[in-house]
Design a protein around this ligand. Structure first.
Ligand SMILES: Cc1cc2nc3c(=O)[nH]c(=O)nc-3n(C[C@H](O)[C@H](O)[C@H](O)COP(=O)(O)OP(=O)(O)OC[C@H]3O[C@@H](n4cnc5c(N)ncnc54)[C@H](O)[C@@H]3O)c2cc1C
Length: 455
C-alpha cells in the first residue's frame, strides 16, 4: 500500500526535531506533526552532555549547535553551612566522546539550529498546528487522524510529544511512577550587571526546608529552581518570587525572563513500542532536572532508534526494532534512579546516606538487545579523534566501524585507539554501532561479518 511517508513524528520539541534530522540525513522521508504554530521560545533544558553532542554531530549539526552553548564547569552540592557535600566537576578538555563532557545551552538556540537543519532535506516536512487525534495500524502501515478532519499514513510513527503524550494515551500505554513528585518554582533571569560572585558552577543548596538550585546559563542568563512548600499559592506572584530569591539576587541585578511552576516527576512508560509505533523523549520517561539529563535521555532514544528505523526500512528484519525498548529502558532507569537519589540529598531527606566526596558522570550500559553483552557490547564507546581532526563516527559515515588497539585489516571502516574496556575484558577490538555503543568485543576479523550480518 502506498503511504504518505516512511516515518511520522508526533511533536517537534528537541527530541522530535533531532529524530527528523537524523532520519533526514539517512534519506528517510519524514512528516513531523506539531500542535503549536510556533516554537516554544523559552528555555527549559540548560545542560547537555558530550554524548548528546555526539548525536548532534550525527545529525550534521554540531557546528550549528555550538554557538548556543558554553562548556560546563560542573555542579556542587552544598549544605546550609556552605560545606561542599559533593563535587561533580567536569573535565575542561575534550573527553572520551570527542566533545567536552558537559555543555550549558540556551534551549531556544538549540531548537532553532535543529529546525534550521530540517530545511536541508526535501524529504522532511514539518506541519504545524496539527494534533494527532487517533491512531490505527495494520501489518504494513499506521494511519493517523489529524485534528479530527485529515489523515496521514506512515510506515512507522514515533511519539515525541512530551510528558502528556497523546500518542502514549492513544496507544493505551501506562506509566510506572518511580517515586518523585514535587512542585518547584523555576526562574530564568538575565543579569543587568556583573555578578561574578555567583560563579560558574551549578549549585545544589541541600536543605530540608528550602532546597534550591542555582544554574549558570549561557551569556548573562542565570536560573534558580526552588522547591515550593505546600502552603505556597498555585500562582507565584513576582513579589513572592523575588522574596524567595533575595538570598542570592535582587531586581537591581537582573531582569526576569520568565518564571514557571513545574511538578518534577520520575516515571517510565510501561511500553515504548506498540506494533509500528514508538515513544521517545518525555513521552517515554520523565525525571527531575537535578542532573540535567531529561532531554539527554530523549536524545539517546532517538540516536538509538533512528538508525534502526532506517535499516528496517531498507530491508533488515523488524526484530531489530524490538531491541529499542529493552536497550534504552535499562539505560534511562539508571539516570532516573541516580537523579531521584540526588533529589533526596537536595531535600535532605536522606542526608545520612549522602554519597560525600567527588562524583563522576555515569555512562550506563544498554539493556539486552543487539549484539553481545560481553563487558564491551552494550557499553558506550569512546569516539576517537583522528590525527587529521576527523571524529571516528564521521569517518565511518555514521555506520558500523571497528575500534581496535592495533591496526586491523577489516571489511568495514576501522580506527585505532585505546579503550580501557578492551583490556579489562580481553578483546583486541570492538564493533561500534552507528549510535556510538559497542556491539561486541572481538579478537579476529572473522567475527566482524557474522555480527554485521545479524543486523
Ligand atoms: C525546569 C526544567 C529544567 C530542565 N533542565 C534540563 C537540562 O538541563 N538538561 C536536560 O537534558 N533536560 C532538562 N529538562 C528536561 C527537558 O526539558 C525535557 O526532557 C525535554 O524538553 C523533552 O523533550 P521532548 O522533545 O521529548 O518533549 P517536549 O520538549 O515537551 O516537546 C514535545 C512537543 O510535542 C508537541 N505536542 C504535544 N502534544 C502533541 C500532539 N498531540 N500532536 C502534535 N504535537 C504535540 C508539543 O507542542 C511540543 O512541541 C528540564 C526540564 C525542566 C522542566
Amino acid at each position: 500500500m502506498a503511504v504518505d511517508c516512511d516515518v511520522a513524528i508526533v511533536g517537534c520539541g528537541p527530541v522530535g526535531a533531532l529524530l527528523a534530522n537524523l532520519l533526514g540525513r539517512r534519506g528517510v522521508s519524514v512528516r513531523i506533526l506539531e500542535k503549536q504554530q510556533k516554537p516554544f521560545g523559552l528555555p527549559r533544558a540548560i545542560h547537555f552532555d558530550g554524548e548528546a553532542m555526539r548525536a548532534f554531530q550525527a545529525a550534521g549539526l554540531a557546528e550549528e549547535v555550538l554557538p548556543s552553548t558554553m562548556v560546563g564547569r560542573g555542579m556542587l552540592f552544598k549544605d546550609n553551612d556552605d560545606k561542599v557535600l559533593i563535587d561533580w566537576s567536569r573535565e575542561q578538555q575534550i573527553g572520551p566522546m570527542g566533545w567536552y563532557e558537559s555543555y550549558r545551552v540556551h534551549q531556544p538556540g538549540l531548537e532553532e539550529a535543529l529546525l534550521k537543519g530540517l530545511t536541508r532535506f526535501r524529504h522532511v516536512e514539518l506541519r504545524r498546528g496539527v494534533s494527532v487525534s487517533n491512531i490505527t495500524q495494520d501489518f504494513g502501515s499506521v494511519l493517523l487522524e489529524l485534528n479530527g478532519n485529515d489523515t496521514l499514513s506512515a510506515r512507522y510513527v514515533v511519539g515525541c510529544d512530551g510528558a502528556a503524550s497523546a500518542t502514549r494515551k492513544l496507544l493505551g500505554i501506562g506509566l510506572d511512577d518511580l517515586g518523585y513528585n514535587e512542585r518547584w518554582l523555576v526562574v530564568d533571569l538575565i543579569l543587568q550587571r556583573p555578578r561574578d560572585d555567583l560563579g560558574d558552577y551549578s549549585i545544589q543548596f541541600c536543605d530540608e526546608e528550602n532546597p534550591a538550585t542555582y544554574v549558570r546559563g549561557v551569556g548573562d542568563r542565570r536560573r534558580w529552581e526552588m522547591r515550593l512548600k505546600p502552603e505556597d499559592p498555585t500562582e507565584i506572584s513576582d513579589d513572592l518570587m523575588w522574596q524567595k530569591l533575595k538570598r542570592w539576587i535582587t531586581p537591581q541585578d537582573a531582569r526576569l525572563e520568565r518564571s514557571a511552576v513545574y511538578t518534577f516527576r520520575s516515571c517510565v512508560s510501561q511500553e515504548w513500542q506498540s506494533g509500528r509505533c514508538f515513544l521517545a523523549g518525555d513521552a517515554a520517561h520523565q525525571m527531575p532536572p537535578f542532573m540535567g539529563q531529561g532531554m539527554c535521555a530523549g536524545i539517546r532514544d532517538v540516536a538509538n532508534l533512528s538508525w534502526k528505523l532506517d535499516r528496517v526500512l531498507k530491508g533488515s528484519g523488524d526484530n531489530l526494532l524490538a531491541t529499542y525498548f529493552p536497550e534504552r529502558e535499562k539505560n534511562v532507569r539508571q539516570f532516573i534512579e541516580l537523579t531521584v537519589r540526588l533529589g533526596k540529598l537536595i531535600n535532605q531527606t536522606a542526608a545520612g546516606n549522602a554519597p560525600a566526596g567527588n562524583m563522576k558522570s555515569i555512562w550506563p550500559s544498554l539493556g539486552e538487545g543487539l549484539g553481545s553483552r560481553d563487558g564491551v557490547g552494550g557499553e558506550l564507546a569512546p569516539q576517537i579523534v583522528l590525527p587529521d581532526g576527523v571524529r571516528a563516527d564521521d569517518f565511518a559515515k555514521q555506520s558500523f566501524y571497528v575500534l581496535s588497539k592495533e591496526p586491523m585489516e577489516t571489511s568495514i571502516p576501522s580506527v585505532c585507539g585505546q579503550w580501557d574496556k578492551l583490556d579489562e575484558f580481553g578483546f583486541r577490538a570492538a564493533i561500534i554501532r552507528p549510535d556510538g555503543y559497542a556491539m561486541a568485543g572481538i579478537n579476529s576479523v572473522d567475527e566482524i561479518d557474522a555480527h554485521i550480518e545479524a543486523v
